[in-house]
Design a protein around this ligand. Structure first.
Ligand code: AMP
Length: 283
């Protein structure tokens, strides 16, 4: 595996590969890697000639300074996992390398309603920072294919919108959520859960699964209300449980009027915030 810390060095390497007719697949991450990340890398390695994984804890997408400071960092384990996954290139830039002109964003994209609900409502500025870093990394890596996880459903929808609006020449590929055996979606943030919190955390996926089972019998509003109640156990505080149109991300009222329906939720366990989602209906 090749390791680059400087954009110019990475570009030089990728330009040579592109001249040889090779395609590039890109997986942006914030590190503390797990099997969810490596499934994206494996997919990139199968679909393209050169798989590039970036590890960059992007300061501009954190709305809470403590969340940024406490974001887990496990560089040695990350390298081992990437080697196992067959990653060609690890890009490990420092902040000035990604933002040579400062962290103020010049990216001005209207996301319509996509960035308003759910994560947008609970994490002000998060999606602006996320879009800024994805655009910047795409400018550096210039991949043929970009691989992102369904785990961050709203993020995926916003990146898809950005690629479409800016007409970026990249194919966006969604990868399904990788879960622990007990259903908990793999997340770097799981590392911050106490053993007690970890035993309760599978309730998130259980609640999403129960919601799916109630689809035919109850309205989306009834299902959401029941789910919020189910998630309100000692040690867990649900922020939202929304049943949304999978394309517009707007809350739905009648399941029959939508072809793609997704339930999205966020909970807080102590200081740790976890998100997950499940497709309820996909015609
Ligand atoms: P992060 O490092 O959390 O910013 O995530 C980097 C990429 O990995 C994003 O595209 C995420 O959606 C994806 N990802 C994170 N967790 C999972 C998971 N459990 N399964 C599949 N993809 C994931």
């Amino acid at each position: 595996m090749f390791l680059f810390k400087k954009s110019a060095d990475l570009r030089h390497f990728l330009d040579l590969r592109k001249k040889q007719g090779q395609t590039v697949g890109f997986v942006p991450t914030m590190g503390a890697l797990h099997q969810g990340h490596t499934s994206l890398v494996r997919q990139a390695a199968v679909a393209t000639d050169v798989s590039v994984c970036s590890i960059f804890v992007n300061p501009t997408q954190f709305n809470e300074a403590t969340d940024l400071a406490k974001y887990p960092r496990t560089p040695e384990k990350d390298i081992t996992l990437l080697l196992e996954a067959g990653c060609t290139v690890l890009f490990l830039p420092e902040v000035p390398e990604v933002y040579p002109d400062g962290q103020q964003s010049t990216l001005n994209i209207d996301f319509g309603q996509l960035d308003q609900p759910m994560e947008g409502a609970h994490r002000p500025g998060h999606f602006k920072g996320m879009a800024q870093v994805v655009k910047r990394l795409l400018d550096i890596v210039q991949p043929d294919q970009l691989f992102m996880g369904q785990k961050d459903y709203q993020q995926f929808a916003i990146v898809r919108h950005m690629i479409s609006v800016l007409q970026l020449p990249v194919k966006l590929v969604m990868s399904t959520t990788v879960r622990e055996p007990d259903g908990l979606a793999m997340s770097s943030r799981n590392l911050r859960l106490t053993p007690e919190q970890r035993t309760i955390a599978p309730l998130i996926f259980q609640t999403l699964s129960s919601a799916k089972e109630s689809l035919l019998a109850e309205s989306p509003q009834e299902i959401s209300a029941a789910a919020m109640k189910a998630l309100s156990v000692p040690g867990m505080v649900p922020e939202y449980f929304e049943i949304v149109d999978g394309t517009t991300l707007q809350t739905i009222h009648n399941m029959d009027e939508h072809e793609l329906v997704v339930a999205c939720t966020a909970v807080k366990m102590g200081e740790v915030r976890l998100i997950d989602n499940l497709v309820m209906k996909n015609l």
